[in-house]
Write a protein that binds this ligand. Structure first.
Ligand SMILES: [Zn+2]
Length: 116
C-alpha cells in the first residue's frame, strides 16, 4: 500500500482510499514538475551564457569560458549536422560548434539556420 497501511480487499488494489490515491498522484506530478523545471532552468541558463559570450557574432571562445560560467554541456535543445563533419549544438536560437584546441565558435540561428 502506498501509505503503508495494510491491504484490505482485492489484492491488485494499490490505494486504501481516494485520499491515498490523490496523494500518490500529486507526489508523482510534483516530482515530474520539479524535474522539468530543473531542466528548463539549465537550458535557459545555457542559452543566456551563449548569448552573453557571443558579443560580436561568431565569437570564438575557449570551452573553459563556458564551463566557468556554469554551462552544462549535457543539455541542448537541438543538435544539427551541418555538412560532413560539423555539428551544431543549440540552446534555443543560440549555439556553438566545437573547434580545435578546446575552442568553440558561438553561433546564433539566422534566417538561413532558423529552420534547421
Ligand atoms: Zn493508503
Amino acid at each position: 500500500m502506498d501509505c503503508g497501511s495494510s491491504l484490505k480487499g482485492r489484492s491488485d488494489k494499490k490505494f486504501c482510499s481516494d485520499f491515498c490515491r490523490n496523494n500518490f498522484h500529486n507526489r508523482q506530478n510534483q516530482l515530474t514538475n520539479n524535474y522539468v523545471r530543473r531542466i528548463n532552468y539549465v537550458l535557459r541558463k545555457n542559452r543566456r551564457i551563449l548569448e552573453r559570450l557571443n558579443e560580436h557574432g561568431l565569437d570564438k571562445v575557449q570551452r573553459n569560458a563556458l564551463v566557468r560560467e556554469g554551462f552544462d554541456f549535457e543539455y541542448v535543445t537541438s543538435v544539427v549536422q551541418n555538412g560532413k563533419d560539423t555539428t551544431l549544438y543549440f540552446c534555443y536560437e543560440h549555439g556553438y560548434q566545437v573547434l580545435e584546441n578546446d575552442f568553440v565558435e558561438l553561433i546564433r540561428k539566422n534566417d538561413n539556420l532558423w529552420f534547421v
